[in-house]
Design a protein around this ligand. Structure first.
Ligand SMILES: [Zn+2]
Length: 221
């Protein structure tokens, strides 16, 4: 009897960690909301008539939200594209007015780049400095303008035009995330971005299969 009890005890203990998993899983159907991972698609250097509408169409088909870091001078020329992006519920961020390297700009130039873009876009709350070039001085001036600097952690290098499948592969490799929410850098302007557009459906399908949902960057409104 004692021997039986002793042999049962380790089994019961061993079962405890396993039991924690069903208990955790059981809580999920109660909320009727499966756990999901969040990914952030970001598009820089638009808006452009050539690529922004195509990107919007693909995102709409997938009922997906993204964040567009726009160049102020381009948005000023195409307010219709800015409106279309906003109308679909995407977030818009400041990507300066003329796309300079802000770390090589004077404080007055930086302030002008940010303010002119803000005027063109309407009020923005986030900045992506061109080329990701930033430093404490740029950061401080951005903060004074009410802008949070947002970079990325997944670089598709789509601007090098490596082919649509290479862009998709770079965007969807779980190895590049290391447990973080992916903030994926893509472009809808600044050159020939047909490969970026062609890569987008594959990026969406693959990440959806991996359990990701796409949201606008919380820092950008
Ligand atoms: Zn850019």
């Amino acid at each position: 009897m004692l021997a039986t009890a002793m042999s049962v005890a380790p089994t019961a203990h061993a079962a405890e960690p396993a039991a924690a998993t069903p208990a955790h899983t059981a809580a999920e159907p109660a909320t009727r909301k499966p756990a999901h991972k969040v990914a952030y698609l970001t598009f820089d250097d638009g808006p452009t008539a050539a690529y922004t509408p195509a990107v919007l169409e693909i995102l709409a088909r997938h009922r997906t939200k993204a964040t567009f870091f726009m160049i102020g001078s381009q948005a000023e020329r195409r307010p219709d594209l800015l409106r279309a992006v906003r109308a679909q519920g995407h977030a818009v961020g400041n990507h300066t007015f003329t796309h300079p390297n802000l770390t090589r700009s004077t404080p007055a130039q930086i302030a002008s780049e940010l303010a002119r873009t803000d005027a063109a876009l309407g009020h923005t709350t986030c900045l992506r400095p061109p080329g990701g070039s930033t430093d404490p001085r740029v950061h401080r001036i951005a903060r004074a303008h009410g802008l949070t600097t947002v970079l990325w952690n997944v670089d598709t290098r789509d601007w090098t035009r490596p082919g649509a499948s290479a862009i998709t592969a770079a965007a969807v490799s779980p190895l590049t995330y290391r447990g973080r929410s992916p903030v994926i850098l893509l472009h809808d302007g600044g050159g020939d971005r047909s490969q970026s557009v062609a890569a987008l459906p594959g990026i969406l399908r693959s990440l959806e299969r991996q359990g990701y949902r796409f949201e606008t960057l919380p820092a950008c409104r």
